[in-house]
Design a protein around this ligand. Structure first.
Ligand code: 3PG
Ligand code: MG
Length: 398
């Protein structure tokens, strides 16, 4: 696999370099247009700076959210261009379309050492199409803009999308530093984790995590389950979970996993049970055996946080994906904070796997440098640990 360093070694001054970044950043729900966590933009800066400073004409492309294949102002990348310019300390040209007249003109006018951001890739049907020809036609248009392609969008390498998969087949292609680093870390954790190895999983759905649980169970000493997904496990253990999130069709699967795990899956022993999904909801800590029928669990309780923290304490390797509760709402943030703090204290290597958990680390004001690695890809890192082939990485290897 060729890398950004190889490309820089070849010399990029005056060359048009198409860079796939994952600038799919979260926005503040109360202040539209305000980015709540710019971690993904910061993570790709070294690549953009290296290319800019070497005199390349840098054409950056990304998706944002999940628009439906046509322009939708809710998902414009314009605010991200502004933030990117602040972070780069130099101007960023923004094109109001992705491969249309605006983009074409902006590419033609781009100067050496300048950075251009194209509008959201997913405003075009071809980007995510399942039809190879439709994706290919869009990839052709993107590829026309440049002489070579750098993929540094680790968060999107698990997607077989035009900008991730098909463009690589059309241009000389190179892996960016972020993709290389992420793959190196995940390879180490999945192939040779130093023992004891503890995995902490949260987030809302068991169904999303089923494959990774099955892949990890044979490798881990303990698998701690919090977040919305713990309630289907608790139900499988025979507890009533009130109005908590429950995937009824997954109960028997959870029961099987618990049996297979032979005590290595650790569940909460208490939860914060609220009257409704709201920051103002009445809420109390209850044991998992006593969740009232009219309440829903929105965080793990203090006894569980302590239980999880002590399970993490002796680990040499920890992988964490998914918050323990609704950390965005202050009354339900303590579980995520407590477990995250315990992870920062281990005498070993910790990996925060992606999107929500990485955002949680920063939103809760935890020290990022206290973790071994904070991944920019939630879905991508889980699929890597499942042992799946990542289309974006496979395309770079060809
Ligand atoms: C993510 O946030 O998970 C990545 O940016 C990929 O986005 P997607 O899940 O919408 O494909
Ligand atoms: Mg995703």
């Amino acid at each position: 696999m060729k890398t950004l360093d190889d490309l820089l070694g070849e010399g990029v001054s005056g060359r048009r370099v198409l860079v796939r970044a994952d600038l799919n950043v979260p926005f503040d729900k109360k202040n539209p247009g305000v980015i709540s966590d710019d971690g993904r933009a910061r993570a790709v800066l070294p690549t953009l700076i290296a290319l800019r400073d070497a005199g390349a004409r840098v054409i950056v492309m990304s998706h944002l959210g999940r628009p439906k294949g046509e322009p939708d102002p809710k998902f414009t990348l314009r605010p991200v261009a502004t933030r990117l310019a602040e972070l780069l300390g130099s101007s960023v040209v923004f094109a109001d379309d992705t491969v249309g007249p605006e983009a074409t003109q902006a590419v033609a006018e781009l100067q050496d050492g300048q950075v251009l951001l194209l509008e959201n890739l997913r405003f075009n049907k071809g980007e995510t199409s399942k039809d190879d020809a439709e994706r290919g036609a869009f990839a052709d248009e993107l590829a026309k803009f440049a002489d070579c392609y750098v993929d540094d969008a680790f968060g999107a390498v698990h997607r077989k999308h035009a900008s991730v998969f098909d463009v690589a087949a059309r241009l000389p292609h190179y892996a960016g530093g972020l993709v290389l680093k992420e793959v190196e870390v995940l390879k180490k954790v999945s192939e040779a984790p130093e023992q004891p190895y503890v995995v902490v999983l949260g987030g809302s759905k068991v169904s999303d995590k089923l494959a990774v649980i099955q892949a990890l169970l044979p490798k881990v000493d303990k698998l701690l389950v919090g977040g919305g997904m713990c309630f289907t496990f608790l139900k499988a253990q025979g507890h009533e979970v009130g109005k908590s999130l429950l995937e009824t069709e997954m109960i028997s699967v959870c029961a099987d996993l618990l049996e297979q795990a032979d005590g290595r899956i650790v569940l909460p022993v208490d939860v914060v049970a609220a009257t409704e999904f709201s920051v103002d909801a009445t809420h109390d800590v209850v044991d998992v055996a006593d969740i009232p029928a009219d309440r829903l669990g929105l965080d793990i309780g203090p006894k569980s946080t302590e239980l999880f923290a002590s399970a993490v304490a002796g680990a040499k390797t920890v992988f964490w994906n998914g918050p323990m509760g609704v950390f965005e709402l202050a009354p339900f943030a303590a579980g995520t904070r407590g477990v995250a703090e315990a992870i920062t204290k281990i005498d070993g290597f910790s990996v925060v796997g992606g999107g929500d958990s990485a955002a949680a680390v920063r939103t809760l004001g935890l020290d990022e440098s206290a973790f071994g690695h904070i991944s920019t890809g939630g879905g991508a890192s889980l699929e890597y640990l499942e042992g799946k082939t990542l289309p974006g990485v496979a395309a770079l290897e060809k």
